[in-house]
Ligand binder design. Structure first.
Ligand code: SRM
Ligand code: SF4
Length: 576
């Protein structure tokens, strides 16, 4: 069998794992090391946890011949991002008791704890479950946390759309009892023959799978970064159904042009009652046809590009036993969050606040984490995690609004109206020190980049002009950089590829503008483009559209066109 025909190593790990058990239970009991075996590390992802090590400490520990400083990241699913005040308080407590005194609001509306040591892993996952949350399928080759627009402006249909997100999430959650056995001391299943995994089977999906639901005009969930999305279509009377989009995705690898981000295709419309059925059949087609030999080519986006979108729709429809209706019209106006207060029909209000990098922490005089703890204790509102790493404090009674604002102000937390529109439209992935794949900083560096660019924007009179700007430490795309108007993607320590030309609504991919820009040169490279935009844009023209019109980059029309037409300056000294 040639190398190309061989199944990827992860396929064997899944096949042998007895429905995701592997030797995880034994590995947890082994106190001789703070880590787990290589195979179990792959299986642990399906249980929502990653082995990591503190990369800031690597060199020092190597010098002293010590094992890496292993710890675990736990990702906690929050379908649609809706958490109660009690759940928020539990995350806050666990961040101190088991984690690194912070917790992260992710780009997929989940919570993450970092720094949990192996001996605390089981207890932490158990306590997460006691708080009516879980981590199963937060990672791994299965459907992940289902995202849903938390947009408080759409309060009338939000509960209905949220219920659909929950139903999809429940339906696609793995059925294996392994999670309960290992973490919750559930009764042991005698043999794996007793297990049933009706949708996934014993090798699950070829790769991760992601689903979102968007409520236009907001595309905050970034439908074009997801394998499957549903776009809510409502009329004056309520929710009618959803357009179905397939084949979006971000991840790629530097220097490998057969890997690329891709925007999704609309394949039809489905009434509300059939959404779960459609989700299941899309997952099943990908299970059957996704590439199990090459993990870098295993996402749905490549299955669709390999076979064609019409073929894919037919495969889905033949399993459904009916045809999808023609898609309906909809318009997206942006993929950022809407900040500040909005009102609900019942007189309560929702307040969306900016959380830099989604990191909930107390830092010197800026004590956001403590303030939000008090909000949860005193006001007891809902905490809705946004897809842009922010939080909406939802259903706040009219009488509590002033107190909420007072608590945030006392914590030194800036009101959205006091922040630049650029910062409010920024996202950074975790990157260093915990992410094992990071080539460069992101969450710890983007705030400084923004501070420098804010000066340029201010001088150009653009303080209130929103431009989407995203940074990731590597090309995997966790902050969905290829859908931003400006994106920095780590190439190596202190070096970033700079992409321009995504659309403000998140429905066009950007293109490489400069490769390997040094950290210190970022402002210098971008300032002339920003000034040109301020002076020469047309009425209402967005930055991403302007850079294409002015010829800074060519327009990217689809994923396969992402690497084409890149026009980089000749390297210094080339004589060109
Ligand atoms: Fe991601 C891997 C963090 C959203 C594409 N992602 C990772 C890992 C687990 C690194 C690893 O495999 O060892 C990162 C852990 C870092 C850490 O220390 O916490 C990581 N991804 C994140 C989060 C926390 C970024 C954030 O700052 O918020 C996001 C968690 C979302 C969640 O709650 O589930 C996160 N990751 C995304 C997104 C955005 C999205 O889904 O909307 C993407 C791009 C969309 C997509 O999937 O196409 C994304 N992550 C990846 C990839 C590339 C996948 C691919 O198709 O090539 C990897 C690497 C991999 O899977 O091999 C990855
Ligand atoms: Fe890590 Fe890369 Fe994802 Fe950032 S984009 S969190 S560096 S995998």
């Amino acid at each position: 069998m040639g190398k190309e025909d061989k199944l990827a190593a992860n396929e064997g790990i899944k096949e042998r794992s007895r429905f995701l058990r592997g030797t995880i239970a034994d590995g947890l009991a082994d106190v001789a090391t703070g880590g787990m075996s290589a195979d179990d590390q792959q299986l642990l992802k399906f249980h929502g946890t990653y082995q990591q090590d503190d990369r800031d400490l690597r060199a020092e520990r190597r010098k002293h011949k010590l094992e890496k400083a292993f710890s675990f990241m736990i990702r906690i699913r929050v379908p649609g991002g809706v958490a109660t005040a009690k759940q928020w308080l539990e995350m806050d407590r666990m961040a101190s008791q088991f984690g690194n005194e912070t917790f992260k609001l992710t780009t997929r509306q989940a919570f993450q704890l970092h720094g949990v040591i192996k001996t605390n892993l089981k207890r932490t996952i158990r306590e997460i479950n006691e708080a009516a949350m879980d981590s199963i399928a937060a990672c791994g080759d299965v459907n992940r946390n289902v995202m849903c627009n938390p947009n408080p402006e759409a309060s009338a249909i939000h509960p209905e759309v949220q219920a659909v997100a929950q139903a999809i999430s429940d339906h696609l959650t793995p059925r294996t009892r392994a999670y309960h056995e290992i973490w919750l001391d559930g009764e042991k299943v005698v043999s794996s023959e007793e297990e049933e995994e009706p949708i996934y089977g014993k090798t699950y999906l070829p790769r991760k799978f992601k689903i979102t639901i968007a409520v236009p005009p907001s595309n905050d969930v970034d439908v074009h970064a997801n394998d499957l999305s549903f776009v809510a279509i409502a009329n004056g009377r309520g929710l009618e159904g959803f357009n179905v989009l397939v084949g979006g995705g971000m991840g790629m690898t530097h220097g490998q042009e057969d890997t690329y981000p891709r925007t999704a295709d609309v394949i039809g419309f489905v009434p509300v009652g059939k959404v779960v059925d459609v989700a299941e059949k899309v997952v099943i087609v990908q299970k059957e046809f996704g590439d199990r030999r090459k993990r870098k080519h295993a996402r749905l986006k490549y299955t669709i590009d390999d076979h064609g979108v019409d073929w894919f729709r037919n495969e889905v429809e033949s399993r459904l036993g009916y045809k999808l209706d023609p898609p309906r019209e909809y318009v997206f106006t942006g993929n950022g969050d809407r900040f500040g207060w909005s009102d609900n029909d019942d007189g309560t209000g929702n307040y969306t606040l900016f959380v830099q990098g989604g990191r909930v922490l107390d830092n010197g005089h800026h004590t956001l984490r403590s303030a939000l703890r008090t909000v949860a204790e005193e006001i007891g509102c809902e905490f809705r995690l946004t897809p842009n790493q922010n939080v909406t404090l939802a259903k706040v009674a009219a009488g509590d609004r002033a107190r909420l604002e007072e608590l945030l102000a006392a914590a030194g937390h800036s009101r959205p109206e006091d922040l630049s529109a650029l910062r409010l439209h920024s996202i950074a992935c975790v990157a260093l020190p915990t992410c094992g794949l990071a080539l460069a900083e992101a969450e710890r560096f983007l705030p400084d980049v923004l501070t420098n660019l804010e000066e340029v924007m201010e001088e150009a009179g653009l303080r209130h002009d929103a431009i989407t700007i995203r940074m990731t430490g590597c090309p995997n795309g966790c902050a969905r950089p290829y859908l931003a108007e400006i994106a920095f993607v780590g190439r190596g320590p202190g070096k970033y590829n700079l992409y321009l030309g995504g659309s403000f609504a998140g429905d066009r991919l950007n293109k490489l503008y400069r490769a390997s820009v040094q950290s210190a040169e970022i402002t210098e490279v971008l300032a002339p483009v920003i000034r040109d935009y301020a002076q020469n844009r047309t009425e209402g023209e967005r930055f991403g559209d302007f850079v294409i019109r002015q010829g800074y980059v060519k327009e990217t029309t689809e994923g396969r066109d992402f690497h084409a037409g890149v026009d980089l300056p000749a390297p210094a000294g080339s004589g060109a």
